[in-house]
Write a protein that binds this ligand. Structure first.
Ligand code: UN1
Length: 480
């Protein structure tokens, strides 16, 4: 069995050891304890925020080149260590090794992108409407950011929150998810070893209580949160009540439309990736497959064959195509929704039964449910597991109507060879991200990421959009 790590809190340049409160387990084999972690109490949250506040003025004033160099070095280090970090990710989170390494590379690329952003010009020079007057806008650092990250992308999401925060001169207190602390700690170590001044980047471990303390802390100027809609709503309230900036990325119930004119192989490949890769544990996963009547039966049969053939197993084994759920709770949620879908009249085409392998892990059978109605719970509530359901529709207009239904609006996809329908869908889909002949999940890092309706709140994350949230604008007028 691999080594168990004992993690400290990362506060103000000190690795603060404390009695381990919780542990993360390998979801592919729960006998393997990946890490033991301390649980931050009020004192640790206070100390981390104080350290970040103290470090802020000098970091905000530092040459952008200093910040750029740090981020570049972090990015380089992550890329160099991609295999080892990717395996740790797979061991702790349960996605396959190619998925774990792929995510690690993405995190490295994100740091390198923001190394460039730190140097770019984000202000403007304008002529005033009054003669002799000049106007300039500056983008200035905000202060201390509290960053709350989920377990499903344990290095990419911390990267796309921390890199822009640091690039634009802010300091950070990050609280990663309790399920994946080892991966988060590896990132903290790399940021520190790359030369971040003490207090610029802090990381505390803990659950909802530590998160709430961070969000409510008067010394935290902005909060970026990725997680459930339920928790996000409380985060927003706490932040807004004291006028802190807030950005939320939450759930999705992402539709994928398959039209009669689509290329069937492409449709099946896109649905398989979107619904089942990363064990369906992506807020961008395709969970509602909206299929036109003419292709419906052929599509369901062809997808079922691929789903049945997926090799579910230990994330670290090369033959594995789909790893386990991250936790027992996630495993149970999938089985609960499979039962709900059955009770509501859905037809299980593949999967649906409990899966027992030769080792103790939180495995779930990838499951395809057909003949569901758009208003069934399986089509309204986020499952966050390898479960997809199909809804039969007569034409494009009905497909669009079904796709646009519901509380969420993160990502929406269509598979079609019709330019007319593809373009129309791009315009009329109620989602922050629209995919044509591509899976709803899997996005680039240099462009905005986020949704509408209950999926997101506040300015967009990632790419050139990130400067909005992580800086504040000052408008300067002068006459001479
Ligand atoms: C992706 O689909 O590539 O939690 C990224 C999530 C999203 C990230 C998805 N915030 O699944």
């Amino acid at each position: 069995m691999a080594e168990t790590l004992t993690l400290p809190q990362f506060i103000g340049g000190e690795r603060v050891a404390a009695e381990a409160g919780t542990q993360s387990l390998n979801p592919s084999d729960t006998r393997d304890v990946v890490a033991r972690v301390p649980e931050a109490g009020g004192a640790e949250v206070e100390a981390a925020v104080a350290a970040a506040r103290t470090a802020f003025p000098a970091w905000a004033e530092a040459s952008p080149e200093v910040r750029s160099d740090l981020l570049d070095k972090v990015g380089e280090t992550i890329l160099r260590r991609r295999d080892e970090l990717g395996r740790l990710l797979s061991r702790e989170e349960g996605k396959t090794v190619p998925e774990g390494v792929g995510e690690t590379v993405r995190a490295g690329r994100i740091f390198k992108y923001f190394a460039g952003e730190a140097l770019r010009r984000h202000g403007q020079n304008l002529e005033s409407v009054r003669p002799g007057v000049e106007v300039q806008t500056y983008r200035q650092a905000v202060g201390v950011f509290g960053l709350i990250a989920p377990w499903n992308f344990p290095i990419a999401i911390p990267a796309w929150k921390a890199a822009p925060a640091l690039a634009f001169g802010n300091t950070v207190v990050m609280k990663p998810a309790p399920q994946t602390p080892a991966m988060a700690a590896a990132l903290a170590e790399i940021i520190w070893e790359s030369g971040a001044p003490a207090g610029v980047f802090n990381m505390i471990f803990g659950g909802g209580e530590a998160g709430a303390r961070l969000v409510q802390h008067a010394g935290v100027d902005g909060v970026s949160f990725t997680g459930s809609q339920h928790v996000g709503a409380t985060v927003a309230q706490a932040a807004v009540s004291r006028q802190a900036r807030v950005q939320l990325e939450m759930g999705g119930k992402n539709p994928l439309i398959i039209l009669d004119d689509s290329d069937l192989d492409r449709a099946v490949a896109v649905a398989l990736d979107g619904s089942f890769f990363a064990t369906g544990q992506r807020c961008t996963a395709s969970s509602r497959l909206i299929v036109q009547a003419g292709v419906h039966d052929r599509f369901v049969a062809a997808l079922a064959e691929k789903v049945k053939a997926l090799r579910v197993g230990d994330a670290l084994e090369p033959a594995t195509q789909m790893g386990p759920a991250v936790s027992e709770a996630q495993q149970e949620t999938s089985y609960k929704y499979i039962q709900i879908a059955k009770d509501d009249g859905g037809r299980i085409v593949v999967g649906g039964e409990r899966l027992r392998l030769d080792k103790p892990g939180w495995y779930v059978q990838p499951t395809l449910v057909a003949d569901t109605h758009k208003d069934m719970r399986i089509n309204c509530e986020e499952v966050f597991g390898p479960v997809a359901s199909t809804v039969r529709v007569k034409d494009y207009e009905e497909a669009l109507e079904v796709a646009n239904d519901g509380d969420f609006g993160l990502s929406a996809g269509i598979v079609t060879n019709s330019l007319k329908h593809a373009r129309d869908f791009q315009r009329r889909a109620k989602a922050g991200m629209v995919m044509v002949n591509l899976p709803t999940a899997g996005v680039d890092y240099h462009v905005p990421f986020g949704g509408i309706k209950k999926s997101s709140y506040g300015p967009r994350e990632q790419g050139f959009a990130a400067v909005e949230f992580y800086t504040q604008t000052k408008t300067a007028y002068s006459w001479s």
